[in-house]
Ligand binder design. Sequence first.
Ligand SMILES: CC(=O)N[C@H](C=O)[C@@H](O)[C@H](O)[C@H](O)CO
Ligand SMILES: CC(=O)C(=O)O
Length: 371
Amino acid sequence: MPGDCTLLFHKKFAPNPLHASARGAARGLCLTPAGPAPRRGGVRRSRAERGPPTAAAEPPGSSMTPGKKLEGLVAAAITPMTPDGQINLSVICQYVDYLVREQNVKNIFVNGTTGEGLSLSIQERKQLAEEWVRQGKDKLDHVIIHVGALSLPESQDLARHAAAIGASGIAVIAPFFFKPTNKDELVAFLQKVASEAPGVPFYYYHIPPLTGVKIRVEELLDGIREQIPTFQGVKFSDTDLLDLAQCINKNGSEQFAFLYGVDEQLLGALAVGVNGAVGSTYNYLGRKTELMLQAFAKPDLALAQKYQFLIGEFLNFVIKLGFGVAQTKAVMTFVSGIPMGPPRLPLVNASEEFIAKAKAKLDSIAWPNSD
Ligand SMILES: CC(=O)N[C@H](C=O)[C@@H](O)[C@H](O)[C@H](O)CO
Ligand SMILES: CC(=O)C(=O)O
């Protein structure tokens, strides 16, 4: 059964042969063993050629869910790399199946922090975006592409490309070399990017620990729809729950999607009303975190706390050892069996010692109901 990525990585995912023969090459099978991705959308087209705003949001053939609100868990995509440091598109099909089947996660955030997006070339970012959209088309609900860059024209190019390939949303971080010094400068930059993808929901990616841009989101959101009609929400990767709570208090979590990005304290963000979360740990702790969301919704606060404490026990342990994208790649590799490969410099591989300790810690956690 060549082409069915599920056979390649996990015995228990082997499809029922009856199913497979009945469905042929339909849903569930990998579409292509990733070759060079087709180049679409990289060339600037006029507004007339791009068509009306809705054209970009609903590309023909996409069965992702345009219009469906982004909520729940979103995995921050790792960028798989070959041992010699090239992006490895060939495992993304397996990666999608793993997320859906093993972690029950159906949303992905591509080329962000965890995906080393700012360490990739524009061409690599486009290839990854295309492969995630292609592989996620029938399996995922949302494929959000991070298109932030230091150079405005590059960011605009990536935004047009994401629209052309049918991404379900785009996100942008604040430029972090020359930084915006106030809200108006930041909104002006975001607006110039968002307007290149006029039919695509736009998310601001707030991550002050990495960008150094500390403009409060509460302030940013004031009047934002007038400047950016596609504005849809915020990926909030900061520990300032006062700012987050005031965003929700003033705007409501119905109007915008508020997605939290500090996995170790998601329960605190749920308490102030976030719609979901984007994070690296949902790659391998998606199911456990989903159980925390369910306990919180029930509400069974004691059970939700139990999950948060246990997730925190793991993260606290690895953070003390030194935890970043390189270590996330290593953890995902041993949990999923899919080779994520090395990180790109300046990041360096996790040590064997880290991997052994992290694995032992994860294996030692006694989850409720021990599933
Ligand atoms: C800085 C960073 O990478 N943040 C991630 C997403 O925003 C998180 O998912 C963290 O990896 C996670 O909370 C563990 O610290
Ligand atoms: C961690 C996260 O959310 C990102 O990769 O951007």
